[in-house]
Design a protein around this ligand. Structure first.
Ligand code: HAM
Length: 426
């Protein structure tokens, strides 16, 4: 018998039964980024290896041991991209998008890291990311975070994720702090595991990131970076905290949050959930103001995040109403009875489509009483049914029935309905 094949370890097929949830997620992501005026960028999956060594950093887990790298026909070393920021900056410099300019970009696609596969951690995984270039102040940091917070709201798991933030300060402040850390940990080398001993001289900040419970106390007592920040970074961080408060976005300052890639400075953040076991970080990012210059461009500011889509799918799959969300090809189902009501509802549906081009509005066709029409409305997956009969035509009103919420139906004037449809759909 001939040998059959299996996918490469840690790399998954997406079968038709799963593609619906992916499409639902991708559509929600695209809606939110366009809502904030971000534009899509697509870059190749392969880049020169040097790009990642110079940006992510030589002494990081990714570059040291996780990249899929090969020499192309004996000529140059290429690497399957392990993340999207470096390629975005490379493309931005190459095509003159970053020189004295402001850009708001987003991307989606597969990334590759040769990690030990487990639930939520794969060797080919998918990231959705945004990168904003050319903005100095903390307002962009807050916007980037607000965009991610809106996504959780849209996807329905805002209560499952916690925002953790920290500031890494300027490069100089971080260099000074590294020395303070080296001094501290050098006095306790017997308590460091072998990974941390190795990092002590090469990348001491990463010791703070260790998940080894035997080192938890040592790390908790380590000097805090926030206490050694330069004045400008301190003001920047306070500005970010203030903006988040104004936006009603809850956060926790985590002084040991340092990120696993070397390009960050000032604000860094992660969205973390306790619902996914060990792989609980669903989104992570921050500022990287030195990266453009480091990769050969003229210095300019950068800030962004990337989220792991497989982890978000795992969270979505835990939702009890996910099947209804996926079923729903429709947001609004329009029921009407009586000749006048039917004519009126057809033209009102057109007006609503003019006003709200992203909502899916279906009008009932084929007659039948309201009971039959409402059954159809329910089967369509719509969130609300709009009901128009003789009474409503006479009073210039419309009745709204909430199909997925425990909420009394309401009667609104037609003009209020046109104004409030977005709110009614939540
Ligand atoms: P990162 O923390 O390496 O940051 O990855 C971002 C997110 O990708 C993680 O929080 C996680 O959700 C997901 N992820 C990472 N590795 C895996 C994996 N092996 N399997 C499944 N999901 C994974 C970056 O990549 C930065 N480029 C983020 C960024 C953009 N910073 C500024 N702009």
């Amino acid at each position: 018998m001939k040998k059959s094949f299996q996918a490469v370890k840690g790399m998954n097929d997406c079968l038709p039964s799963a593609s619906k949830i992916w499409q639902y997620l991708e559509k929600s992501l695209r809606n939110v980024v366009s809502n904030y005026g971000y534009e899509e960028i697509r870059t190749p999956i392969l880049e020169k290896t040097e790009l990642f060594c110079r940006s992510i950093g030589e002494i990081t887990d990714i570059v040291e041991k996780e990249m899929y790298t090969f020499v192309d026909k004996g000529e140059e070393s290429l690497t399957l991209r392990p993340e999207g920021t470096a390629a975005c900056v490379r493309a931005g410099i190459e095509h003159g998008l970053l020189y004295n300019q402001q850009q708001r970009l987003w991307y989606i696609g597969p990334m590759f890291r040769r990690e030990r596969p487990q639930k939520g951690r794969y060797r080919q995984f998918h990231q959705f990311g945004i990168e904003a270039f050319g903005f100095e102040g903390p307002d962009i940091d807050a916007e980037v975070i607000a965009l991610s917070a809106r996504l959780w709201k849209v996807l329905g798991f805002a209560d499952k994720v916690e925002l953790q933030i920290n500031s890494l300060g300027s490069n100089e402040a971080r260099q000074n702090y590294k020395q303070i850390l080296v001094d501290y940990f050098s006095n306790h080398t017997e308590k460091l595991d072998s990974d941390s001993q190795r990092r002590l001289l090469s990348n001491p900040l990463r010791i703070l990131d260790s998940k080894n419970p035997d080192m938890a106390e040592l790390i908790a007592n380590a000097p805090k970076l926030t206490e050694h920040l330069d004045e400008t970074s301190k003001t920047h961080f306070e500005g970010l905290c203030k903006k988040l408060e104004e936006l009603n976005i809850e956060y926790r300052i985590n002084p040991t949050l340092v990120r696993g890639l070397d390009y960050y400075n000032r604000s860094v953040f992660e969205w973390v959930t306790t619902d996914l076991g060990a792989q609980g970080t669903v989104c992570a990012g921050g500022r990287y103001d030195g990266l453009i210059e480091q990769l050969g461009g003229q210095a300019n500011y950068g800030c962004g995040f990337a989220m792991g889509l497989e982890r978000i799918i795992l969270l979505l799959e835990q939702q009890s109403d996910i099947q209804t969300k996926l079923l729903s090809a429709v947001d609004v189902y329009f029921c009407s009875m009586g000749e006048k009501a039917e004519t009126y509802s057809t033209s009102l549906a057109e007006r609503l489509r003019d006003q709200y081009d992203s909502y899916r509005i279906q009008t009932h066709c084929g007659g039948g009483n309201f009971k039959k029409q409402l059954k159809k409305a329910d089967q369509s997956g719509a969130k609300i049914a709009l009901i128009m009969g003789d009474n409503e035509v006479e009073n210039d009103t419309i009745t709204i029935k909430f199909l997925r919420q425990d909420r009394e139906q309401v009667e609104l004037s037609v003009s209020d309905l046109i104004d409030q449809l977005g709110e009614l759909l939540g």
